[in-house]
Design a protein around this ligand. Structure first.
Ligand SMILES: C[S@@+](CC[C@H](N)C(=O)[O-])C[C@H]1O[C@@H](n2cnc3c(N)ncnc32)[C@H](O)[C@@H]1O
Length: 226
C-alpha cells in the first residue's frame, strides 16, 4: 500500500552533514538539540524504536547506548555514517540501518516508538498529512510517535512574523542545498490532531535558553488508544 505522494527526495543532506550540527547550534542556541534529546530521554530500553531522518544521530547514540533496539532510516549516506560513528564512539548496540526514502518504506511495522526529529519541516504543508500517516503506519497499536520541530506559529501577528523570519532563514539554506520544501511554519499539533491522534506530552524549548519558545517536542498516540 502506498501512503505518500512523491515529491522528489531531498538527497543533498550529504552536502551539509559535516556542518549540520554547527548550523543548528548557531541558529537555535541549543534548542533543537535539547528538543531531540528530550524525546530520546522518554524512551524505554526495552522498546523497538524507529528513528526517521536521524541526521548526525546524537539521540540515536543515546537510545542505543541505553539498550533499545533501534532502526534508522535516512536518505543521506553521510548522515547515516555520522550516526553510526557516534554510536560506535558511545558504545552500546549498533542500530539497524536503512538508506532510503521513509515515505516508500513499507516493511517496517509495529514499532513501539517512532521518532521524527526535525523531519516534518522538510516537507510541504500539502504533504504533511501523508507523512503523518506514514509515521502511524510504522507504529504498533498503543505505540508513540515523538516529534520535535518548530513550534506552531504564534497567534499574535508581530510574534508570528518574527517567528516566520527566524524559520525562513534556515529554510532558505536547506531549500537551496537540500531541495527541502519551501513553506510557512507548520502547525504540527493541529495536523496530528486532524490525523486522529492526541498529544500526551509536550515541551517547549527556548531559543538560546532565554529567548522565545519557538521549538517544541510532542509525544502523540492514536486517540482511540489513550
Ligand atoms: C533537518 S534534518 C534533521 C536531522 C536530525 N534528526 C535533527 O534532529 O536535527 C532532516 C534529515 O532527514 C533526512 N531526510 C530528508 N528526507 C528524507 C526522506 N524522504 N527519507 C529519509 N530521510 C530523509 C535528511 O537526510 C536529514 O538527515
Amino acid at each position: 500500500m502506498e501512503t505518500c505522494s512523491k515529491t522528489p527526495p531531498s538527497r543533498n543532506y550529504d552536502l551539509l552533514a559535516n556542518c549540520y550540527d554547527l548550523l543548528t547550534a548557531i541558529w537555535s542556541g541549543g534548542a533543537i538539540r535539547a528538543a531531540r534529546l528530550w524525546c530520546a530521554g522518554l524512551l524505554d530500553p526495552e522498546e523497538d524504536v524507529l528513528v526517521v531522518g536521524p541526521g548526525t544521530g546524537e539521540d540515536v547514540s543515546d537510545i542505543s547506548f541505553r539498550g533499545a533496539r533501534v532502526v534508522i532510516i535516512d536518505l543521506s549516506k553521510k548522515m547515516l555514517e555520522a550516526t553510526l560513528a557516534r554510536c560506535r564512539r558511545k558504545g552500546g548496540l549498533a542500530p539497524e540501518v536503512i538508506q532510503g526514502d521513509f515515505r516508500t518504506e513499507h516493511s517496517i511495522k509495529n514499532q513501539d516508538a517512532v521518532l521524527a526529529p526535525f523531519v516534518l519541516n522538510v516537507f510541504s504543508s500539502d504533504e504533511l498529512p501523508q507523512i503523518i500517516a506514514q509515521l502511524q503506519d510504522f507504529t504498533s497499536d498503543g505505540g508513540r510517535i515523538l516529534i520535535s520541530d518548530f513550534a506552531p506559529p504564534a497567534n499574535f501577528l508581530p510574534s508570528r512574523l518574527l517567528m516566520e523570519l527566524w524559520h525562513g532563514f534556515p529554510m532558505a539554506i536547506f531549500h537551496l542545498f537540500t531541495g527541502s520544501a519551501w513553506h510557512l511554519i507548520h502547525n504540527i499539533p493541529a495536523a496530528v490532531e486532524q490525523a486522529g491522534m492526541v498529544i500526551v506530552e509536550r515541551k517547549r524549548f527556548r531559543v538560546f535558553g532565554i529567548g522565545p519558545t519557538w521549538i517544541e517536542a510532542i509525544v502523540v498516540k492514536m486517540r482511540n488508544e489513550v
